[in-house]
Design a binder for this molecule. Structure first.
Ligand SMILES: NC(=O)c1ccc[n+]([C@@H]2O[C@H](COP(=O)([O-])OP(=O)(O)OC[C@H]3O[C@@H](n4cnc5c(N)ncnc54)[C@H](O)[C@@H]3O)[C@@H](O)[C@H]2O)c1
Length: 216
């Protein structure tokens, strides 16, 4: 984890990445209390893993009784800083950018898309969900005015690095990059997550092949 606010620095990134799965599982249980076994089953991790991860943040559970769902939900939301209202800007209002804005609107997501920008004059000024697509030129002002901490890159690969540079210079701390290119970020306080569906599918192809090879 590349965050620099003391509390999170020592927590392994893998643990942070499992917390949203625990949060979703807690929401779905409909119970007042859950054991680490139940939470593990609902989130796809072992009960040992659940206990180990949650131990980083203090003792939320009671032996033999489990975790108070409401309290644990609150704590995880606090750890992930979701209770502080995380705002994001989508750069690139094409097919993917549009789908993301609409999806987060419908889901009433914890991360709120607060601005969407594009370079295409045909797209600029059109309504997208609760927003109006704004020109890329406004990026820095929008980030400052709307206190935006996250950038979501949905532009073609050729333009992604330049967009990334502008997001970093404007002060975002987290970037979700959908462009199929590896970005360089000079600032160690900025965390970048690449999401490349093609790479994921290529890796999965191995298992399809393996299953076919081992089939009797
Ligand atoms: N569509 C998908 O299902 C999908 C899935 C995974 C990844 N991706 C990746 O996401 C990115 C976007 O894909 P898409 O299908 O939405 O493309 P798209 O062509 O539909 O949309 C791209 C948008 O970005 C805008 N744009 C281009 N350069 C820009 C810049 N410098 N600043 C601001 N806006 C800019 C364009 O005007 C356009 O509106 C691509 O890198 C693509 O490879 C797309």
């Amino acid at each position: 984890m590349q965050r620099h606010d003391g509390k999170l620095r020592k927590i392994p990134e893998t643990t942070i990445r499992r917390l949203p799965a625990y949060l979703r599982a807690l929401t779905l249980t409909g119970l007042d209390r859950v054991t680490s076994e139940t939470l593990g089953q609902a989130s796809g991790y072992s009960s040992e893993q659940v206990r180990k991860d949650l131990a980083y943040f203090g003792a939320f559970g009671t032996r033999g009784v489990g975790y108070d769902v409401s309290m644990l939900t609150q704590e995880i939301r606090h750890i992930l800083q979701l209770d502080q209202g995380v705002r994001a800007v989508v750069v690139g209002a094409g097919r993917l950018g549009t789908a993301l804005v609409r999806h987060t609107d419908e889901m009433a997501s914890d991360v709120v898309i607060s601005a969407v920008v594009d370079i295409n004059p045909v797209v600029i000024g059109t309504a997208l969900g609760h927003l109006t697509v704004e020109p890329l030129d406004h990026l820095e002002d929008l980030i400052a005015e709307r206190d935006i901490g996250m950038g979501i890159i949905t532009v073609p690969a050729a333009g992604a690095q330049a967009v990334c540079n502008r997001l970093v210079a404007a002060g975002v701390h987290a970037i979700l990059n959908f462009a199929p290119t590896s970005l360089t970020v000079g600032n160690p306080e900025v965390f970048v997550q690449d999401i490349d569906l093609t790479l994921e599918m290529q890796a999965l192809a191995y298992f399809v092949g393996t299953a076919a090879r081992t089939r009797p």
